[in-house]
Design a protein. Structure first.
Length: 443
């Protein structure tokens, strides 16, 4: 860790661990200790670590073609773009490849501004859209990630949409009698906080880092209608949802809405650095030639990540993942949480499971202090949800491993754990916390 601290500038959470190997749902540190990876990397490895078929694809492609100038194309990028388009509704067929999810959302912003001739990009409070400057301006998950960035962030934005957070309703009403009143209040905010030149509203179909917030069924269709009333487009950020995390390939599929632009990253490409923004031919044509659209850099659409993503994505992942996970993973989880916790509310959709316990005041105060300790900064926000985001396809005994991890996680009496001792246990399970990881003892 000393060498890492001296040479690498990066986020490190406590306890500090150097990992060197992964297989399925397990990861191993340099000292040979095994951990359950309950975040599937950075929510990216829907097939788990070192999936044998993907490993073989990487080897074969490395021997054939790894990188090319982004001024040209290759068969794997073309086929992957066609595959992505074939899974989306409407006329969403044209992909602008990027390297990161942040870039994908920035490209979506450029498309919207160029196609509409407007410039306000509106986002949802508690949303997370990336770490580069433009999308950081649209991110409002709390913590210190935006501290000091004010003078650098784009001015033509407004985080004006209230979250569809029914558990802690931002307008103090109750669903369904409220008739999704948070959207009506949000429209008033658009009137007062924007320049009334709305190019797009960007949202996650489920607000992941902001608390695993699953909106009411009416929310996304009405959000699309509101964007249209203001002359803007609807951009849906699927970076942490697709593929298959919600039981459907795309998180928005059950919402009866067709967005104007969709962005993808992480699990959609098996953690490889090939992401993108998908739109219609009409919007692509209107946007092309302005604001740097189409956008590219050194690596977008490279042969190696395109070949791996092509092998890992939609047809090869979604059906297998849905079959293997829904057959056993969700029912046991639901039984466990009902048995172990007295829940006031639990939010989650199929495989993208959020275990939300109503934390007692004592633990919530401690959670804030622990968040600060984990991040190495001032006191952070209180935490009210746990994200359990494992891989979806379980191979070589992964089913039993994941069950064991969930059993331990759900059996723990969180109020009885001395938080200061969490980093001192001999055996640990790596379980992600939203928005920071939490380390829980195995015994």
């Amino acid at each position: 860790m000393e060498r890492d601290a001296e040479s690498v500038l990066g986020w490190r959470y406590q306890p500090k661990i150097i990992f060197c190997r992964g297989q399925g749902v397990m990861i191993t540190d340099v000292d040979g200790n095994d951990y359950y990876d309950m975040s599937s990397g950075m929510m990216s490895l829907v097939l788990g670590h070192s999936h044998p078929e993907l490993t073989e694809t990487i080897k074969e492609q490395a021997e054939r073609f790894v990188h090319e100038s982004s001024w040209y194309s290759n068969p794997w990028a073309i086929e992957f773009a066609e595959l992505i388009g074939s899974t989306l509704p409407g006329d969403l067929k044209v992909v602008n490849f990027t390297v990161t999810g942040s870039e994908a959302n920035e490209v979506a912003m450029r498309m919207a501004i160029s196609a509409t001739g407007r410039f306000d990009i509106v986002s949802v409070i508690r949303g997370l859209h990336g770490g580069s400057l433009a999308v950081e301006a649209l991110t409002t998950v709390g913590g210190g990630r935006r501290r000091g960035l004010g003078p650098l962030m784009i001015p033509a934005k407004a985080n004006a949409i209230l979250p569809p957070f029914c558990y802690r309703c931002p307008v103090n009403l109750e669903y369904p009698s409220c008739d999704v009143a948070c959207l009506e209040s949000s429209e008033e905010l658009l009137e007062h906080l924007t320049s009334k030149e709305v190019a797009a509203i960007i949202a996650e179909p489920i607000l992941v880092a902001g608390g695993m917030i699953v909106p009411p069924a009416e929310w996304l269709p009405r959000l699309k209608e509101m964007a249209a009333r203001w002359g803007g487009l609807l951009v849906l950020d699927e970076a942490q949802l697709a593929p298959g995390r919600t039981g459907t390939l795309w998180g928005f599929e059950d919402s009866d809405v067709v967005p104007d632009i969709v962005t993808f990253a992480k699990g959609m490409t098996a953690g490889m650095a090939i992401c993108g923004a998908v739109t219609t031919p009409e919007i692509a044509e209107r946007a092309a030639g302005n604001l740097g659209v189409p956008w590219s850099g050194t690596y977008p659409g490279d042969p190696l990540p395109a070949a791996v993503a092509l092998h890992a994505s939609p047809g090869n992942v979604a059906s297998e993942a849905s079959a293997s996970s829904s057959a056993w993973h969700m029912p046991p989880t639901r039984r466990l949480r009902a048995k172990r916790f007295k829940m006031k509310t639990v939010e989650g959709v199929d495989d993208f499971e959020s275990i939300r316990e109503v934390l007692r005041r004592r633990f919530k105060r401690l959670a804030s202090a622990r968040a600060a300790d984990l991040r190495g900064e001032g006191e952070g926000p209180g935490v009210d949800s746990f994200g359990v985001i494992p891989d979806l396809v379980l191979i070589d005994g992964g089913k039993g491993q994941l069950s064991a991890a969930l059993e331990v996680f759900l059996e723990l009496g969180l109020d009885d754990i001395p938080l200061a001792s969490l980093a001192k246990e001999n055996e640990e399970i790596f379980v992600p916390h939203t928005p920071e990881p939490i380390i829980l003892p195995r015994d």
